[in-house]
Design a protein around this ligand. Structure first.
Ligand code: F6P
Length: 366
């Protein structure tokens, strides 16, 4: 519920939620510029995602134009801090129990006198914040971010293209050393249950094999591709695999984290052994891990982040809460959060990049 201040000045909050990625600060910067310069509002940055409003004393900082010395657009991480263990409906306590602290969050929101909240998060954060907004009757706008790029109805989430660039750069570095030593190099990338990072980085970095969770791989097909390259006179190969990919009839490699969530990692090493056995090639494995989340945002992410930040503030100004800003056909559009809740966007096997990969002769494991 928006309540206009008597002097007409609104105060909005902004927070980053879930795993970090590059480009979060670029969104925060855009929100502050738009809110202060266009509308004359105040902007409060909430620290450590939902925790800043759940804990007492409240943890927050006022964000002003003076804060922006020119560096923030380029900065990785998030100046506000974030958490992926901050579900107020089931908050993990020190004694191992879980408590519902949703009302503390809502009280915190009202104590700060906020007239709206912009939350930068992925699908998990969106579900939690949407529920909080309904329970607490406050205005919420979401900005999609995740290196996994699995948020529905947006072509890009903030952070994705930086992760892709990092994957491409890794392949640029792996190719010469692979060629020098006649090796098969396996690059394991993140992405959870979606293969977007592997598919995009693999195409951009000239991979010979790309394995994604959406297509269980047949090791014989992978080996056949590597042996065919050898027949053509190429004694090295580049393989990109998503952390959640799995062999046909086999299993993913993961550990079970807190709350039963799968923590992927390790399929690259299993694949390295399988390829070595099937082809006789010498293999080496690189697990890119959190390197994909940090670092300076790519130009693409800065642009998307800036456009999203501006539009998110406009949505609050136009009285259109309950929406996520989204990128579709080079336009920023608004998507109702209720329309996408509980959904995830994996790689569509008819996607143009799947066709591109096949057209380039890249083995997708099938
Ligand atoms: O969702 C983003 C992501 O980086 C995934 O690609 C990865 O599986 C996961 O987060 C890693 O999470 P954490 O930072 O908790 O290790």
């Amino acid at each position: 519920m928006s309540h206009q201040r008597t002097n007409g000045q609104k105060t909005i909050g902004v927070l980053t939620s879930g795993g970090d990625c590059a480009g979060l600060n670029a969104v925060i910067r855009a929100v502050v510029h738009r809110a202060i310069e266009t509308y004359g509002w105040r902007v409060i940055g909430i620290n450590d995602g939902t925790r800043g409003l759940m804990e007492r004393p409240l943890r927050y900082e006022e964000l002003g134009i003076k804060l922006f010395t020119g560096t923030i657009l380029r900065l990785g991480g998030t100046i506000l801090g974030t958490t992926n263990k901050g579900d107020p409906f089931a908050f993990p306590m020190e004694d191992g129990t879980k408590r519902d602290l949703s009302q503390d969050f809502i009280d915190g929101y009202h104590e700060l006198g906020l007239d709206g909240l912009i939350a930068i998060g992925g699908d998990g954060s969106m579900a939690i914040l949407n529920k909080l907004a309904k329970q607490g009757n406050f205005d919420l706008v979401m900005v999609p971010k995740t290196i996994d790029n699995d948020v529905p109805r947006t072509e890009y989430a903030v952070g994705f293209m930086t992760a892709v660039s990092t994957g491409v750069e890794a392949l640029d570095r792996l190719q010469p050393t692979a060629a020098s030593h006649d090796r098969v190099m396996i690059l394991e990338v993140m992405g959870r249950d979606a293969g977007h990072i592997a598919l995009n980085a693999g195409i951009g970095g000239g991979a010979d094999v790309i394995l994604i969770p959406e297509i269980p791989y047949n090791i014989n097909q992978v080996a056949a591709k590597i042996l065919a390259l050898r027949d053509q006179g190429r004694t090295h190969a580049l393989v990109v695999c998503s952390e959640a990919c799995e062999p046909l009839g086999g299993e993913q490699v993961y550990q079970t984290g807190e709350g039963g969530q799968k923590r992927y990692g390790g399929i690259g090493h299993r694949l390295g052994e399988e390829i070595a056995r099937a082809t006789g090639a010498e293999t080496r494995v690189t697990v890119l891990g959190h390197v994909q989340r940090g670092g300076t945002p790519s130009s693409h992410d800065r642009i998307i982040a800036s456009a999203f930040g501006v539009r998110a503030v406009d949505l609050l100004a136009e009285g259109k809460p309950g929406h996520m800003v989204s990128w579709q056909h080079r336009q920023v559009v608004d998507v109702a959060i209720d329309d996408i809740l509980g959904q995830s966007r994996s790689v569509d096997l008819n996607d143009t990049l799947v066709k591109t990969a096949r057209g380039l002769g890249i083995c997708l494991g099938d």
